[in-house]
Design a protein around this ligand. Structure first.
Ligand code: C2E
Ligand code: MG
Ligand code: MG
Ligand code: MG
Length: 282
């Protein structure tokens, strides 16, 4: 094995690389069956109001447990699905299922669904969303679609149009993982979002990282000036929650507030919080 020259490393036999390649192939093949066999499930992670801790809704997160491989993270299989095109059918299932489930919840609760780039760029997206809303009876205001900066980076054509068409249906668009891309600020100028979600990487060290905290504070002010709701992702400690509260962040999400859970558990959790106020802005 070549130890010194990193560039040539992969010309040599590497059993671990081989295992990784085999796992990838297996996942790729099995993924094709996952949707049709009903092997995918959704979990719902609470989105919470900073002010009073009320649950405002949930983000739907896809889960896949393979019979031999066990649970496989979406962070692993979504990029593979994206590459192979499987994301179109997986994504369609996620949208339909999330709408179907959320339509059963009390009407003040919203649901957020992640979209990958390929899915966002597919011409079938708009009719799919319209149909999922119609079939489920979910009011469009209760649906939020999360897109990431990589989507905006990858492509140039027609995105404004797609975002506008979706917003015209009455649903909301959130910019996920904000701050992890290359030109977050220029995207805010170019596209209209209803919400931004500040990435967990800015939150995890917010107590100790003075610069990071200053950036988050500015982003919160900027978002409010642009009429957007701000969510902080990945809140794990009370100290982090308190900092974000002090900075005026409107919504929180993270293990401290609630882990991803089944739809039934989510409904139970949401019912425990007193929420019969006016419909909050998501
Ligand atoms: P995301 O959309 O940014 O979702 C948040 C991720 O952070 C979730 O991981 C969630 O479980 C995790 N998380 C939430 N709070 C905490 C916390 O306090 N601490 C830590 N350490 N993690 C926290 P998950 O479910 O593994 O999903 C990973 C990513 O996979 C998602 O990131 C999203 O980009 C993608 N993904 C998940 N479900 C879907 C889906 O249905 N469609 C698409 N296209 N992508 C999905
Ligand atoms: Mg998300
Ligand atoms: Mg995120
Ligand atoms: Mg993420």
């Amino acid at each position: 094995r070549a130890k010194r020259d990193g560039r040539n490393r992969y010309q040599f036999y590497d059993p671990s690389l081989d295992a990784a390649a085999r796992r990838r192939n297996l996942i790729e093949n099995e993924l094709a069956l996952a949707v049709s066999q009903g092997a995918l499930e959704l979990r719902f992670q609470p989105l919470v109001s900073t002010r009073d801790g009320d649950i405002l809704g949930a983000e739907a997160l896809v889960r896949w447990t393979h019979s031999q491989l066990g649970p496989i993270s979406p962070a692993e299989f979504i990029p593979i699905a994206e590459e192979t095109g499987m994301i179109i059918s997986i994504g369609a299932w996620v949208i339909r299922e999330a709408c179907r489930v959320a339509a059963e919840w009390p009407p003040h609760l919203r649901v957020a669904v992640n979209l990958s780039s390929r899915q966002f760029l597919s011409p079938g997206l708009l009719p799919l969303v319209e149909n999922a809303l119609k079939t489920s009876g979910l009011a469009p205001e209760r649906l939020e679609l999360e897109v990431t900066e990589s989507l905006l980076m990858d492509s140039t054509l027609g995105l404004e149009h797609t975002i506008a068409a979706l917003r015209n249906l009455g649903l909301r668009i959130a910019l996920d993982d904000f701050g992890t891309g290359f030109s977050s600020l220029s995207y805010l100028r170019r596209y209209t979002f209803d919400k931004i979600k500040i990435d967990q990487s800015f939150i995890s060290d917010i107590e100790t990282n003075r610069e990071g905290r200053a950036i988050v504070e500015s982003v919160i002010h900027l978002a409010h000036d642009l009429n957007m709701v701000v969510v902080a992702e990945g809140i794990e400690t009370e100290a982090q929650r308190d900092v974000l509260k002090g900075l005026g962040c409107s919504q929180l999400q993270g293990f401290l507030l609630g882990k991803p859970m089944t739809a039934i558990d989510f409904e139970v959790a949401a019912k425990r919080t007193p929420i019969l106020r006016a419909l909050p802005r998501l």
